[in-house]
Ligand binder design. Structure first.
Ligand code: PLP
Length: 387
């Protein structure tokens, strides 16, 4: 039987060579390859290098920003369908996560729900680029009219453009900060890692220190400049990014555009083979957005099926097709049911979406035949289990 994993990272000869070079240099932690990767990211995004701060994960980036934007004691508005990171980081800095419903079509934070939650305790809104799609930009108008900080969770959006502007260009897109994830399954990966982009000088100054214990000089700058000691000027974290991983990022960035063309090929094939099925819906991308093609999440028209989503997933898995679900609404997890005490009537869209969503494999090495096979299985199931 075929075995098609949900994800396979695109590894090329460049990854081996760049990692080899770093290891051979003898400097494994944060050092000059961090500078090189930051510079290349800035070039790709069309922004200044000083606005890029590499960190150990997107989660770490959110933590550093919540701390640096002084959100302790404030409310932070977060969409119900996202990864758990912004919720847990809000709690860890002593802020209150306020979870709001998402819009039904694009699964992104609903501006109407954000508006309803506005009050003078709100400190920040954290819109997620779901699967690479943009969120409704009305959220920006609502937040900026009230002076509320916008931190974009762009874990899925390296490669996304909004109105022709790359996500990460915080100035042109009118946001306070953007955080990328370079986790193993993301469009640009380093295995683990992330980057904060902001132009806020005070915040930049702080997070460049707090990502490494609040030190004024890290080991690389001490080594470079023959400095004997360091001072600690902030209470910090240990969220710096090692050079071994930066070298993977440098290698991946070199082939990024090519990989994106391959993701688009897979995306277009799914559309070609599945568009005519009335039992499912395919991802809907906002008109102003060019997606990063991070997720291909289909939706079951559940009223037309005699099986539920979990059975559908199991039947795909039985035929060797890996799937995933993005995401379980954050308030459904045991711990967060306890902490957030959700009123389910406020989450009608999220609940319905959760009963419908299945993410299919999408990655550069997924062949045309494999996509055909996946689509064939979905068509079979649709025929067999249509009410
Ligand atoms: C939407 C979203 N935000 C944040 C994260 C956290 O990223 P990281 O693993 O780099 O901390 C993820 C990871 O899957 C994610 O999907």
């Amino acid at each position: 039987m075929r075995k098609i994993p949900f994800y396979k990272p695109p590894i090329t000869i460049h990854d081996y060579l760049e990692v080899f070079r770093t290891i051979a240099s003898g400097w494994l932690t944060t050092g000059k390859r961090n500078f090189e990767f930051s510079r290349k990211l800035a070039e790709y995004l069309g922004i200044e290098e000083k606005s890029v701060v590499l960190v150990s994960s997107c989660t770490a980036g959110l933590h550093l920003l919540f701390d640096a934007f002084d959100l302790k004691g404030k409310e932070i508005i977060i969409p119900a369908i996202t990864f758990i990171s912004p919720v847990e980081m809000a709690l860890l800095v002593g802020a209150k996560p306020i979870i709001v419903d998402v819009d039904y079509d694009c699964i992104t934070i609903s501006p109407e729900e954000v508006e309803k939650k506005m009050n003078n305790k709100v400190g920040a809104v954290i819109p997620t680029y779901y699967g690479g799609n943009s969120y409704d930009r009305k959220v920006l108008e609502i937040a900026s009219s009230k002076g509320i900080v916008i931190i974009e969770d762009a874990a899925h959006a390296f490669g996304t453009k909004v109105n022709g502007v790359k996500v990460g260009n915080v100035e042109k897109l009118g946001v306070d900060a953007t955080v990328f994830s370079f986790y193993a399954t993301k469009t640009l990966h380093t295995g683990e890692g992330g980057a904060i982009i902001t132009n806020n000088e005070r915040v930049l100054d702080k997070i460049k220190k707090t990502r490494l214990h609040g030190m004024d000089h890290n080991a690389w700058s001490r080594y470079q400049n023959n400095l004997v000691g360091y001072d600690i000027t902030e209470v910090g974290f240990k969220y710096n990014f090692p050079d071994i991983l930066a070298s993977v990022g440098i290698a991946q960035l070199r082939v990024f555009e090519k990989m994106q063309r391959e993701r688009k090929r897979v995306w277009d094939l799914y559309f070609r083979y599945l568009s005519d099925l009335d039992t499912i819906r395919l991802p809907k991308i906002r008109e102003n957005t060019e997606t990063s093609y991070h997720l291909f999440t289909i939706r079951l028209n559940t009223e037309m099926w005699s099986i539920d989503k979990l059975t559908f997933i199991k039947l795909l898995n039985d035929r060797g097709i890996g799937t995933s679900v993005h995401f379980t609404p954050v308030y459904r997890f045991t711990k967060y049911r306890e902490v957030l005490k959700p009123d389910l009537s406020e989450f009608k869209n999220s609940e319905k979406i959760f009963s419908e969503i299945v993410s299919l494999p999408i990655y550069p090495s997924l062949s045309n035949r494999e996509v055909e096979y996946i689509c064939g299985v979905i068509r079979d199931l649709s025929k067999k289990y249509k009410k």
